[in-house]
Design a protein around this ligand. Structure first.
Ligand code: C5P
Ligand code: C5P
Ligand code: ZN
Length: 459
């Protein structure tokens, strides 16, 4: 069924002369847009692409006026499939949607009883269409793997699952991706080992994460040499035996602090390597690649992200790496800022308001990091607010897998609360966002809290 829909959408695309792509600004959106763009280029179609933070009235009205022959929405659009008939469109998205949005031009896992939160990403559904157009596009599966990792779809099972696995198989079969079991912490290939530990956030290592000198002593205590000549040793520079020593001692730290097997298990899992990329660069490991992309379009540097995805490893890649250091600094600062502002705890949710202290485009990442930090109890969802600077406020909500298991659905709760205050919201059950008018935060929180309570209590 889903395959058939993908083929039908592929046919609509093949029958169009000129296509305009509209995609999202995060790693999944960039990779989705790039898969669409390359698919069209390989078909010899005339094509253009634009990046948007969200599909609001103003974007849609403009698109209507621009009167494209066909608009291809990737990683967004699930909510407009019954509206805007004037826009001739196809949609490849993975956000929660209603059953009414089941249109012949809309490919979305939720319409086929699959969960777009972890079984397939926006880049993944776009790839499925691309593959029906031409099997030669199977090399683009590597971008779909990067997109899925960017959306943290490997978190639930410590590896990609659902349709993501078929995409991974495609990538392995054409030799562009390789799955490997290793430490899941970020920065295996590019960070000194002590930095990998210091920034370990998923899960946070008690006593080590956030503490540089503690990480250095930990490695020294266990006989791990920090430097090779003048160079800091990275995770990939460690021998197998050294890696085993580090991992078993991290496990020991968790166990001694009372954490269970479930937490310890999360240290290790599948990681994905892009076979055609150079080892030690930000684009070799899918997770690092996704972070590199998140450093571009979220800061308005759309072309940088797109060019890197298209394969540039020269000037544009250099630009992306420069943006990456800014992004990292922003996240560290943002985290600090939110902690200083203070997190207010209510019965069914907790929140912080960053005002203009955190960009609206990265407040979601900060919210996620904070929810997973040592300072916060993740027993209820966390909402982060940031001013958008145009009389609107961005809200990002994040939860844990445990809460989702208990019936929490942030997507529907955020959608409902936002619509009551004349905003728009949506997303996934574990992570959702909204834009609301400034000044409506309190009203929004009250409705959101009630919705969350209903979800958690009615089960
Ligand atoms: O817009 P989009 O679908 O691309 O983004 C998905 C969002 O869900 C990301 O911000 C990702 O960090 C978040 N997420 C999460 N925890 C998960 C899965 C996804 O916070 N387990
Ligand atoms: O922006 P943020 O990272 O908090 O978004 C979390 C999830 O909610 C993403 O998947 C995003 O695409 C989605 N979202 C949405 N509608 C909005 C805002 C965010 O579907 N208005
Ligand atoms: Zn996505």
């Amino acid at each position: 069924m889903l395959q058939k829909r993908a083929r039908e959408i592929g046919d609509i695309i093949k029958n169009s002369r000129e296509v305009h792509i509209v995609t999202h600004i995060d790693a999944d959106g960039i990779t989705a847009g790039c898969i669409a763009y390359q698919t069209l280029q390989r078909l010899g179609k005339e094509c253009s692409i634009e990046f948007v933070k969200q599909l609001d009235e103003s974007v849609l009205t403009r698109l209507k006026d621009e009167n494209y022959e066909l608009v291809w929405f990737t990683d967004l659009g699930s909510n407009i499939s019954t509206g805007y008939p004037e826009i001739n469109k196809v949609i490849t998205d993975h956000h929660t949607c209603s059953i009414e949005s089941n249109q012949r031009f809309h490919l979305n896992p939720h319409l086929f009883n699959l969960d777009g939160g972890f079984e397939i990403s926006g880049a993944g559904v776009t790839y499925l269409v691309s593959k029906t157009i031409d099997k030669k596009n199977m090399d683009l599966s590597q971008l779909a793997v990067v997109g899925a990792c960017g959306d943290l779809q490997d978190r639930k099972y410590n590896k990609l699952s659902g349709l993501n696995r078929n995409i991974l198989d495609d990538g392995e079969s054409v030799g562009v991706v390789k799955a490997k079991i290793d430490i899941r912490y970020f920065g295996r290939e590019t960070r000194p080992v002590y930095k990998l530990l210091q920034y370990a956030s998923d899960p946070v290592i008690p006593g080590l994460s956030g503490r540089e000198s503690a990480c250095i002593s930990f490695l020294q205590e266990h006989g791990i040499k920090m430097k090779d000549g003048d160079n800091w040793r990275r995770w990939v520079d460690l021998s197998k035996a050294e890696r085993r020593v580090v991992i078993s001692n991290i496990a020991r730290v968790f166990l001694s602090k009372g954490f269970g097997y479930k937490t310890v298990k999360r240290i290790i899992g599948e990681i994905y390597l892009l076979e055609q990329e150079e080892e030690g660069t930000e684009v070799h490991d899918a997770k690092e690649y996704a972070t590199l992309l998140n450093s571009t379009a979220r800061y308005g540097k759309y072309e940088v992200g797109l060019r890197v995805c298209m394969g540039d490893r020269g000037e544009w890649f250099k630009k992306a790496r420069n943006l990456l250091s800014g992004h990292r600094a922003n996240l560290v600062e943002g985290l600090q800022f939110a902690k200083e502002e203070g997190i207010e705890r209510r019965e069914y949710l907790q929140f912080f308001h960053a005002g203009s202290g955190i960009r609206d485009t990265v407040v979601g990442i900060v919210t996620n990091m904070l929810l997973n930090s040592e300072e916060i109890n993740g027993d209820i969802p966390l909402v982060g607010f940031a001013d958008k600077g145009n009389g609107e406020v961005k809200a990002s909500a994040r939860a844990t897998e445990e809460l989702v298991q208990q019936g929490l659905n942030l997507s529907s709760a955020m959608k409902k609360a936002a619509s009551v205050v004349d905003g728009i919201g949506g997303g996934h059950s574990i992570a959702a966002g909204a834009t609301i008018p400034k000044g409506k935060e309190e009203e929004f929180l009250a409705i959101l809290e009630q919705e969350i309570k209903n979800q958690l209590v009615s089960i």
